[in-house]
Design a binder for this molecule. Structure first.
Ligand code: SF4
Length: 403
């Protein structure tokens, strides 16, 4: 098991649904801004609990994503019914031994891979009135998570139950909204339910072990497509993504894909097709990101033997506000009016050329007008210069890099 990535509680929904995703080669997924916002809010709350709100206010600039929300939270209310709290408490669960331990607090989510399943509770404490253990998960996304069905929370409740040797455990989601208000939803786990979940995790570990051996032996692993594929780090090596078109068994004639009659599909087939298309889109996105990273440093040889690389390219756009007067002077008021209604604040040069052609200019005359306009735009500060990354002849990129 230790050759495999760490199995962390936050991955459980995906790994339970599709154990192969834990065994197939994985790639690092890009962090979204929403994830960064969530991480910052969690970090703020950790410091606020351990060192006090003032320390957190000092440590985290309001400019950081999510910190504006964290600074406004009513922290007294957040922890009002809880005592003896621990922030960022990491538990390790051993599926074979059905035992759990507290690895520590504030470990910064940097763990050693011991083959155990690991999970960090944002907060764990005793309920002031009932003395029950409460495990808390702060959620910051727009979509509320239900404590009753959260497998991550079930894991944390199981680990807390085993580590503290208590009976029932309360699993609580605190959903932090964009306006800095929050609300709780929670589920009470009976000890028996938690032990059932522990047994399920033991079975999962066995499946992963078997899949790992199959994978080493070169076998194709069975996978299970669903919503969980969205954040799957194994998507680029997923056999379902690779074989997606061959597996569309309802395509009568694969050569005539554009003639598929979607209306003939049953609701179930259409749903399956939708899920597969989402999967392939996501897989393509992941592959493209990786390929772009590769092409920044390495040459790609495309058809015709052309060598390409990803390199910076300078470009300029016309700031329409400033340019309109110049266009009006050079080409007349009508063209300037037309561009004003037809385009955005930044006018691509190609669009200006199209508009000039549509007004009857062509050939040498067109080139001359464009040259005059460009000259005036440059002189009068109506051009916005920027750089972007594009795939281009490798020779050009290497030359630029050598400069
Ligand atoms: S992308 Fe493939 S491997 Fe990943 S969860 Fe979906 S079906 Fe499983």
């Amino acid at each position: 098991m230790t050759d495999l990535p760490i199995l962390s509680a936050s991955y459980l929904p995906r790994v339970i649904a599709c154990p192969a995703s834990h065994v197939l080669p994985q790639m690092k997924l890009e962090t979204s801004e929403a994830a960064e916002r969530g991480t910052n809010i969690h970090a703020f709350l950790e410091v606020a609990f351990n060192e006090g709100r003032e320390a957190a206010l000092e440590k985290f600039s309001a400019e950081l994503p999510g910190i504006g929300i964290a600074r406004e939270l009513d922290l007294e209310l957040l922890w009002a019914d809880l005592d003896e709290g621990l922030a960022e408490a990491t538990f390790a669960f051993h599926p074979e031994k059905q035992a759990a331990r507290l690895m520590g607090t504030s470990l910064g989510r940097q763990y050693e891979n011991t083959g155990e399943i690991l999970g960090t509770a944002d907060f764990v404490a005793k309920h002031r009135a009932t003395q029950q253990i409460v495990v808390v998960d702060y959620k910051t996304g727009l979509i509320p998570v239900d404590a009753a069905t959260s497998q991550q929370l079930a894991f944390l409740a199981l680990a807390a139950h085993l580590h503290f040797g208590t009976g029932d455990v309360i699993a609580r989601i605190v959903h932090i909204r964009e306006d800095a208000t929050f609300h709780f939803n929670e589920r009470e786990y009976a000890a028996e339910k938690l032990r059932e979940f522990g047994a399920k995790l033991s079975e999962l570990q066995q499946v992963i072990s078997v899949f790992s051996k199959w994978h080493d032996a070169g076998k194709t692993l069975p996978v299970n497509i669903g919503e969980h594929c969205r954040y799957c780090p194994a998507i680029a090596s997923c056999p379902a993504a690779a074989a997606v078109f061959q597996k569309l068994q309802w395509a009568l004639n694969k050569d005539k894909i554009d003639q598929w009659n979607l209306r003939q599909l049953s609701a179930q087939e259409a749903g399956a097709l939708w899920e597969r298309l989402q999967l392939i889109k996501k897989a393509l996105e992941v592959q493209e990101t990786a390929l772009r990273d590769f092409a920044r440093e390495n040459v790609l040889e495309v058809s015709g033997g052309k060598q390409m690389m990803l390199g910076k390219q300078e470009y300029s756009q016309i700031a329409l506000g400033r340019a309109l007067e110049i266009i009006s002077e050079v080409c007349g008021h009508d063209l300037a009016e037309h561009l004003l209604t037809a385009t955005n604040a930044k006018l691509p040069k190609s669009e200006l050329e199209t508009a000039l052609k549509a007004s009857g200019l062509q050939g040498g005359e067109l080139r001359q007008v464009l040259a005059v306009l460009n000259h005036e735009f440059e002189k009068q500060g109506a051009l916005i210069h920027a750089t972007r990354e594009v795939m281009q002849p490798a020779e050009k990129v290497i030359k630029l890099q050598d400069k």
